[in-house]
Ligand binder design. Structure first.
Ligand code: 5AD
Length: 481
């Protein structure tokens, strides 16, 4: 096994860094890491994601963050200004294009050189941050007024992290598991975890040498399709543990809306509580946890009104879950990458819901308590089995747990995922486990899940299988009304 859940020495980081910077010529621009630390030090506190997130949590406020990224830097700055000024985005995104996420910088370069769109869209599906280089990234920083977050769910994040952090970004979304399992077929899970260890250890360097607190966020939704909450929670918590070992102190757990309001609210609560419990148990002290709630990540309606209804439904559940941040979707989701104005519209709608709900909490019903107990048991069982199979090491345990099917993500294309677990929606749209495969779901919880699926199959006269799965996947596309 090449990895261990053990903090890298600074020497190891700097040795690997030399190789990382050689991946593309712009790496030379950031040879001097201490200059990058100085640049971060010159930035006001209000532009630091960790600062903003902690303040929001303290004041029980829910913030909003859209996604967004185009290949041309000036267009990207314009997009971010629209999201901030017209949308009221609290944190500004930079979605990175797929070539860069896979360290295919040569192909990104060819696309940039071919670009003739002139503001009429984007040839890439995000900003090729490595190719544009540090000066341009700092230009983005200097022409915007909110913390910049790299939406960097990348299996190959190292040079990308170097460039964004040197450019003034203070947060990166991703993780060794969640950036691999939904996206690639043959790439090794172990190496992906190792590359993300590099990112977190690099962030720690900024703290050790300049007192800069940088923030990591786990990409909760994974494949975004029918993932039982216990799987999402276990993965997000494992990514958190692995990052904290490298010295991260400010961490956001992620969760993607499943569609049943009780299940989603409970999941957000259990996610944070169980994570805190494991961090305490494993000795990671003073970690500041916050949460990200993703509006629905599955198939969207084509119809704009129906899409907006789904967005506002997500906003409602996110706000009632007391998420620190809601990641917004757009009414263009079924059609492609949204325009800036369309993106800002979803931000406004989401913010309006948050304001109308005014901090309301929903908790304590018997139904919720039962759901909570079941979810806690299932999540802890997966975490305990993972730690056990890794002899107490979360990174080794994660690799072995995927191999054994202890963690199993539905609809993953990865060879490193067992693909035995089957899930369905119940009568009320909650995600239930029909067949756990090798995932150690306690007997009592399986009894509960089976009962919930049976309620639906009996009422709707439908059998678990392909047709039911199709219904589940298309459930919010609004095709039946
Ligand atoms: N701009 C805006 N949104 C994007 N998404 C992906 N790339 C971009 C981009 N460049 C959003 C889409 C997608 C989700 C994963 O992220 O909503 O479904």
């Amino acid at each position: 096994m090449e990895i261990k859940n053990h903090k890298w020495s600074e020497k190891q980081l700097l040795k690997e860094r030399k190789e990382v910077l050689k991946q593309w010529p712009t790496g030379e621009q950031i040879l001097d890491l201490d200059e990058a630390v100085e640049y971060q030090k010159s930035m006001p506190e209000e532009l630091n994601a960790a600062f903003l997130l902690n303040r929001a949590k303290k004041n029980a406020k829910t913030l909003i963050q859209p996604r967004g990224g185009v290949n041309n830097v000036n267009d990207h700055i314009q997009l971010l200004n629209i999201l901030e000024k017209q949308g009221g985005a609290d944190l500004l995104p930079t979605t990175i294009d797929s070539y860069t996420r896979n360290a295919r910088f040569e192909e990104a370069q060819q696309a940039i050189e071919k670009d003739v769109t002139n503001g009429e869209g984007s040839i890439l599906n995000g900003l090729p941050a490595v190719n544009v280089g540090v000066k341009e990234i700092r230009k983005i920083r200097e022409q915007t007024n909110a913390p910049l977050v790299g939406r960097t769910c990348a299996p190959y994040p190292r040079l990308l992290a170097e460039m964004l952090l040197a450019g003034g970004y203070t947060s990166m979304e991703g993780g060794g598991i969640t950036c691999l399992i939904p996206y690639t077929k043959t790439d090794s899970l172990e190496m992906s975890i190792k590359r993300w260890q590099y990112v977190s250890r690099l962030m720690r360097y900024y703290y050790d040498h300049g007192g800069i607190v940088l923030h990591r966020e786990s990409y909760g939704p994974c494949t975004g399709v029918l993932i039982p909450p216990c799987i999402t929670l276990a993965i997000s918590i494992l990514e958190c543990i692995i990052d904290c070992e490298q010295g991260i102190t400010n961490y956001s757990l992620g969760y993607g809306m499943g569609g049943n309001i009780t299940q989603d609210i409970v999941a957000m609560k259990v996610l944070e509580e169980v994570c805190q419990e494991y961090l305490d148990m494993l000795g990671y002290k003073d970690i500041k946890l916050t949460t990200y709630f993703h509006q629905y990540m599955g198939a969207f309606p084509k119809d704009e009104e129906k899409a907006l209804a789904l967005i506002t439904f997500g906003a409602t559940v996110g706000a009632l879950s007391r998420a620190t941040v809601i990641i917004t979707k757009t009414t263009h989701e079924a059609h492609g990458i949204p325009t800036a104005q369309n993106n800002a519209q979803s931000c406004r709608a989401t913010k309006n819901i948050i304001n109308m709900l005014n901090g309301e909490k929903i908790e304590g019903t018997d139904k919720m308590k039962q759901e909570e107990m079941m979810l806690r048991k299932a999540t802890k069982s997966i975490l305990d089995s993972t730690l056990e199979i890794g002899n107490g090491d979360a990174a080794i345990g994660t690799v072995r747990a995927f191999k054994a099917g202890i963690i199993d993500v539905p609809f993953s294309p990865s060879n490193y995922n067992k693909n035995l677990l089957l899930s369905h929606k119940d009568l009320r749209g909650a995600i239930r486990i029909a067949d756990p495969g090798n995932v150690p779901i306690p007997k009592e919880v399986m009894g509960y899940e089976t009962k919930k699926i049976k309620e639906r199959t009996e009422k709707q006269k439908i059998e678990p299988g392909y047709k039911m799965l199709l219904e589940d996947i298309l459930t919010f596309t609004g095709r039946n009304n």
